[in-house]
Write a protein that binds this ligand. Structure first.
Ligand code: SAH
Ligand code: SF4
Length: 368
């Protein structure tokens, strides 16, 4: 099978071009077409010779997954559902949000990236976990989520004068557990980070994990300064193990020791994600335990009210409980944000659009 063009680096393309007897600098021209001018096939790269375009076609795939569905479940989120070459579905989310930190600057547009089809970790509240693991995404399929949205944005502008860049930040919080697809993830992020590629700074890229301790330690030893978000969702082993099976393998002690190592290696780069679920992890005891953990790392906490997932019995706590939990964290001196998604319907959280679509396809035509 041919390698995908989106898995290639500037260096690998320069080597290839030299082998073909082409000038090395042409590799930069090609990448400029792909990442700046958003070409979707080799023939659009009109300042490359026909012969070179033919060589590219003979040697590389430039498959682009069609955009199956696009929706707008909340004020600030837009979801994209793609159909991969083997017909599996994967989704990405574009989030327009005010800055969480001053260094992000205004007008942040964040891509929420998926790394796998489904997920093997089976968290009880999560749509991606409920449908099981299908396969890892390749680096090219991750890069394509970024470029697919950039191309979509450009297509909105009839004169094709859209800015070169739409996406300013990346959170790897879509479908899948990124750290269990470690090599392809790091390859994709290197391409999205490279100045000749996606051009997104490492500090604007956040990897979210449910807590794979060995891979957190491995990432800590890498040179890149990616941010790390830990899906905590429970501040004691008993609560966390009830909703996240991974906690039985890597309990909080081990997870927090790995976080300490990450922080030692990289500085203050950790945040905690905490979904609030009615009568499960929304108690004052959990709030205080969460504050103690966040305090230990001087880490930011993102509170996310639970979004309903079909077939799942959990409930979102009442507004008073959500607000009370949030205020108490702030009172305890914790830096926290409450992500109040307006699109609280079943399509709002990552993985849910795909789950819905798969259920529709199973039900057959006529369903919406
Ligand atoms: N596997 C990684 C990467 C993202 S998981 C991890 O667990 O960190 C998908 C994201 O969606 C997580 O941040 C999780 O917090 C969020 N999420 C999953 N199900 C949700 C639900 N029902 N309501 C709200 N957020 C949810
Ligand atoms: Fe997988 Fe993350 Fe969902 Fe857990 S929360 S099932 S690790 S995608």
């Amino acid at each position: 099978m041919k390698n995908h063009i989106l898995s290639q680096t500037l260096e690998s393309l320069q080597d290839e071009f030299l082998k073909w007897g082409e000038a090395r600098w042409r590799a930069g021209q090609l990448l400029d077409w792909i990442y700046r001018k958003h070409a979707g096939n080799f023939d659009e790269c009109t300042n490359l010779s026909k012969a070179l375009r033919q060589k590219l076609k003979d040697n590389f795939s430039f498959y682009i997954p069609p955009l199956l569905q696009q929706c707008d479940p909340g004020d600030e989120t837009r979801k994209f559902l793609w159909k991969l070459e083997d017909e599996h579905l994967v989704e990405s989310v574009l989030i327009e949000a005010p800055s969480e930190s001053a260094e992000d600057g205004p007008g942040r547009k964040t891509l929420c990236l998926s790394t796998q089809v489904g997920c093997a970790y089976g968290c009880k509240f999560c749509a991606s976990g409920r449908s099981g693991f299908v396969r890892n995404l390749t680096a090219a399929e991750m890069v394509e989520q970024f470029l697919g949205i950039e191309r979509w944005n450009r297509s909105l502008s009839p004169t094709r004068t859209a800015p070169e860049r739409l996406i300013s930040n990346i959170v790897v919080m879509g479908m899948g557990e990124p750290l269990s697809n470690y090599e392809e993830l790091l390859r994709a992020l290197a391409l999205l980070n490279a100045p000749w590629g996606g051009g997104v700074g490492a500090r604007k890229i956040t990897i979210s994990t449910s807590g794979l301790v060995p891979e957190i330690l491995r990432l800590a030893a890498e040179p890149e300064q990616y941010r790390l978000a830990i899906s905590l969702h429970g501040a004691s082993d008993s609560v966390r193990s009830r909703i996240m099976p991974i906690n039985r393998k890597y309990p909080l002690d081990a997870l927090l020791a790995a976080c300490a190592e990450y922080q030692r290696a990289k500085g203050r780069m950790i945040s905690f994600e905490y979904i609030l679920i009615d009568r499960l992890n929304d108690t004052p005891e959990q709030c205080h335990a969460l504050a103690a953990i966040a305090n230990r790392f001087r880490a930011h906490v993102n509170l996310i009210p639970y979004n309903r997932v079909e077939g799942c019995d959990f409930k979102r706590p009442g507004q008073d409980v959500i607000q009370g939990f949030y205020r108490e964290l702030l009172n305890l001196g914790i830096s926290a944000t409450l992500r109040q998604e307006k699109g609280g319907d079943m399509n709002a959280a990552c993985g849910q659009l795909r789950l819905r679509k798969m259920q529709d396809l199973k039900r057959g035509p006529g369903s919406s």
